[in-house]
Design a protein around this ligand. Structure first.
Ligand code: ADP
Ligand code: DAR
Length: 380
């Protein structure tokens, strides 16, 4: 009952509800645009999961559906249509899209999270035995830095494409109030993008602390409206604990530091997440765990990564990616996804986030990185 009230409140605020909410049909102009865009998309050589799974049959079955927030299939797939080089190609324009458009979301979720099927259920939270998580590179020979992050969406608010300008500032003030009472090594300050000088913003981005601006995939998904209103970063004194507000998701909680001590980074991460969750209610679904804008981040929403130098393995990138696949890892460039490696530094992290507990995700990453380092050492 409470959930229905919460959804009703969110819908009432959704900017789309003015024109499209309720039981109405998908507007004729949207259907025309969808048909045209899908025909063009089918002609591309896109390798995205959207291309792999959006068959004509599924398209025809779901194109006339609409959520109670007013989101259509176009709101979910337009980024993938406009950017054929997408890896995934679809976002959840609001939380209901995971159900209303399940015919396309479910196969993509099952493929990306390797085997999370339609009737699978995400496990309950289990941080595991934190003290058993160690340093992936105790001698400091390969790992430059280690980072663990998760995504959270505030209960009662839709996702980026449905947010009003006021909702961006509401999310920002709810979060900054909650963060302002953190103590000890989590104590810090909030820095809104509004009013931040370009030099300070660029330095934070270059130092891997702040999210980049103008991501074309997010822009095509209508995720950057009213920018930079409601966007910003909270961080502690030594920038080992960061919180992003209203980038791709409502909240990203991040712990990071130099070196390979995943145990220390994870300890700080778990303390931060549990402290914040005592102050703010986040959207959690019985089957999909924590709900996020992108289906790749569902479940635990955790991405644990190292910036690592593996010059011998990196001589053959196809082989390195194959190795990563074997250990359910993913290789990104130095500045994160859709970037190249600089000075031979690769971002390697767990790929799966859904269908495992928090501890299993961290363990999967730890074991994979230890194996990668062993192979790098053994390479002639
Ligand atoms: P995410 O979705 O986890 O935020 P991105 O690929 O967008 O991932 O990366 C965001 C930022 O985090 C980028 O600047 C990237 O360089 C930085 N980053 C990721 N992993 C690490 C790491 N292990 N050490 C330092 N910075 C990192
Ligand atoms: N750029 C989109 C999203 C991929 C997953 N990364 C996220 N959610 N930041 C793509 O389809 O490539």
């Amino acid at each position: 009952m409470v959930c229905q009230i919460i959804v009703k409140m969110a819908k009432a605020k959704c900017h789309k509800c003015a024109e499209k909410c309720g039981k109405g049909k998908v507007p004729h102009d949207v259907l025309l645009k969808l048909d045209r865009a899908f025909k063009d998309f089918q002609k591309t050589d896109s390798k995205s999961l959207l291309k792999k799974y959006l068959t004509q049959e599924i398209f025809d079955k779901i194109k006339t559906k609409k959520t109670s927030f007013g989101s259509t299939l176009l709101d979910c797939v337009q980024s993938g249509f406009e950017n054929p080089d997408s890896g995934i190609g679809i976002y959840a324009a609001d939380p209901e899209t995971y159900t209303i458009f399940e015919d396309i979301f479910n196969p993509i979720i099952e493929d990306y999270h390797v085997g999370f099927k339609k009737f699978s259920k995400h496990p309950t939270t289990d941080w595991g035995s934190i003290k058993d998580v160690g340093n992936v590179d105790p001698k400091g020979e390969f790992v430059v830095s280690t980072r663990v992050r998760c995504c959270r969406s505030l209960e009662g608010f839709p996702f980026n494409p449905c947010l009003t300008q006021n909702q961006y500032t509401e999310i920002e003030s709810k979060m900054t109030n909650a963060l302002s009472s953190l103590k000890g090594n989590l104590k810090g300050n909030y820095y809104p993008l509004t009013g931040m000088t370009k030099d300070i913003q660029q330095k934070l981005i270059d130092d891997h602390f702040l999210f980049k601006e103008g991501d074309r995939f997010l822009q095509s998904a209508n995720a950057c409206r009213f920018w930079p209103t409601g966007r910003g970063i909270f961080h502690n004194e030594d920038k080992t604990f960061l919180v992003w507000i209203n980038e791709e998701d409502h909240v990203r909680i991040i712990s990071l530091q130099k070196g390979g001590d995943l145990g220390q980074v994870y300890q700080r991460f778990v303390s931060a997440v549990t402290e914040i969750e005592n102050k703010v209610t986040f959207m959690k679904n019985d089957r999909l765990g924590y709900l996020t804008f992108c289906p790749t981040n569902l479940g635990t929403t955790i991405r644990a990564s190292v910036h690592i130098k593996v010059p011998k393995l990196a001589k053959d990138m196809a082989k390195l990616n194959e190795l990563a696949e074997k250990y359910h890892l993913q290789v990104r460039g130095t500045r994160g996804e859709h970037s190249e490696a600089e000075d031979g530094i690769y971002d390697i992290s767990n790929k799966r986030r859904l269908g495992l507990t928090e501890y299993e995700v961290i363990k999967e990453m730890y074991d994979g990185i230890v194996e990668i380092i062993k192979l790098e050492k053994g390479k002639t």
